[in-house]
Design a binder for this molecule. Structure first.
Ligand SMILES: NC(=O)c1ccc[n+]([C@@H]2O[C@H](COP(=O)([O-])OP(=O)(O)OC[C@H]3O[C@@H](n4cnc5c(N)ncnc54)[C@H](O)[C@@H]3O)[C@@H](O)[C@H]2O)c1
Length: 287
C-alpha cells in the first residue's frame, strides 16, 4: 500500500481540466512531482501554473491517450525526466449520449478509443515499467458510476466505463497472481460539474458525426452536472485517501449504492433491468 506519497511521482492523463486537474493539484499538495498529460495545451498550462504556485514540480506532455504510440512516449518521457513513476491516473475521458441504435460508429470509435483504449494503453505502457522499477506503485483508472449501472441514452459511455471497471478488476487479480507490489483502484464518480458536458470541444473532425437523437439526453446530463453536489476537488481528495488506504472501488457519491444494489438484484432475482435514472424530457423520439 502507498501510504506515503511525498517525493514520489504521479502521471495524470486528462490533467488539463476537471477531475484530472484536481488530481494533479492534490498530488502536488502531497509533495509529489507530477506529469500532466492532455491534448489541451492551454488547459495543461493552467494546471501547470497552479502547481508551480504551490512550489511543486510539474511537467506537461501533450498526449492523445487513444494513440498507443503517444502513451508509450509519455511513459518513456516520464521515466526519463523523473527517474521513476509511482502513481498513474488513467483519467482522460469524454462523453456522448443518445439511444443505442442511433449512436454513430464515430461515437463508438471516439469514446471507446479514449475511455477504454486510453486506459488499455496506459496499463500496457506503464505497468511493465512499474514492475521493472519495483517497490510500491499504484494505478487509478477513472471509470464512473456508468461502469456499475446502466441508464437510458448512455450505451456508448456505459460500455466504455463497464470496460474500465472490468479491466481494473482483472488487472488487480493479475497483479496479485504475479505477487506484484502495484495497487489498483477504480474511481467511480456520479455527476461532478466539470468540462465533461462539453466533451465535443476536443472531438476530431474525422469523428465528428454524432447521434442525431443526442440533444435531450445531453441537456439532461448538463443539468445533472450543474447540480452535482460533489466537486472535482472533493473527488480528488477522496481518491488520494483511497490510494493511501488501498481502496479498490472508490465511490464518491454514497447515494449511488442503491442503484448498484438494484442492478445486482435484477441479475440475481432474474428481473428485467430497473431504470434508476430520472425521466429525460423530450426523449423517446424514434430514430
Ligand atoms: N464529471 C463527471 O460527472 C464524471 C463522472 C464520472 C466519471 N467521469 C470521468 O472523469 C474523467 C475526467 O473527466 P472530467 O469530468 O474531469 O471532464 P473534463 O472534460 O473536465 O476533463 C477531461 C480532460 O480529458 C482531456 N482529453 C479528452 N480527450 C483526450 C485524449 N484523447 N487524450 C488525452 N486527454 C484527453 C480533455 O482535454 C480534458 O482536459 C473522465 O474519464 C470522465 O469520464 C466524470
Amino acid at each position: 500500500m502507498m501510504r506515503e506519497l511525498k517525493g514520489k511521482t504521479a502521471v495524470v492523463t486528462g490533467a488539463g481540466s476537471g477531475i484530472g486537474r484536481e488530481l494533479a493539484l492534490a498530488c502536488a499538495r502531497e509533495g509529489m512531482g507530477v506529469v500532466l498529460a492532455d491534448i489541451d495545451d492551454a488547459g495543461m498550462r493552467e494546471t501547470g501554473a497552479a502547481i508551480a504556485a504551490l512550489g511543486a514540480r510539474a511537467e506537461s506532455i501533450r498526449c492523445d491517450v487513444s494513440n498507443p504510440l503517444e502513451v508509450e512516449a509519455l511513459a518513456a518521457r516520464a521515466w526519463e525526466r523523473f527517474g521513476a513513476v509511482h502513481l498513474l491516473f488513467n483519467n482522460a475521458g469524454v462523453a456522448v449520449a443518445g439511444p443505442a441504435w442511433t449512436a454513430t460508429l464515430e461515437d463508438w470509435k471516439w469514446t471507446l478509443g479514449i475511455n477504454l483504449m486510453g486506459v488499455v494503453h496506459g496499463v500496457r505502457s506503464f505497468v511493465p515499467r512499474m514492475l521493472a522499477q519495483g517497490g510500491e506503485c499504484h494505478v487509478v483508472n477513472t471509470a464512473s458510476v456508468a461502469g456499475l449501472v446502466d441508464i437510458p441514452g448512455s450505451a456508448v459511455y456505459c460500455v466504455s466505463k463497464h470496460g474500465v471497471v472490468a479491466l481494473s478488476e482483472c488487472l488487480y487479480h493479475d497483479l496479485r497472481v504475479a505477487k506484484a507490489s502495484i495497487g489498483v483502484s477504480v474511481l467511480c464518480p456520479a455527476y461532478v460539474n466539470t468540462g465533461i458536458g462539453d466533451s465535443a470541444r476536443n472531438r476530431p473532425t474525422e469523428l465528428a458525426a454524432t447521434n442525431p437523437l443526442a440533444a435531450p439526453y445531453e441537456e439532461a446530463v448538463r443539468h445533472a452536472l450543474l447540480h452535482g453536489k460533489i466537486t472535482a476537488a472533493d473527488v480528488a481528495r477522496v481518491t488520494l485517501e483511497g490510494v493511501k488506504s488501498g481502496r479498490f472501488y472508490i465511490l464518491t457519491h454514497e447515494k449511488i449504492k442503491g442503484a448498484i444494489e438494484a442492478r445486482m438484484r435484477d441479475i440475481l432475482e432474474d428481473r428485467t433491468p430497473t431504470d434508476v435514472s430520472r425521466p429525460v424530457p423530450g426523449a423517446g423520439a424514434r430514430g
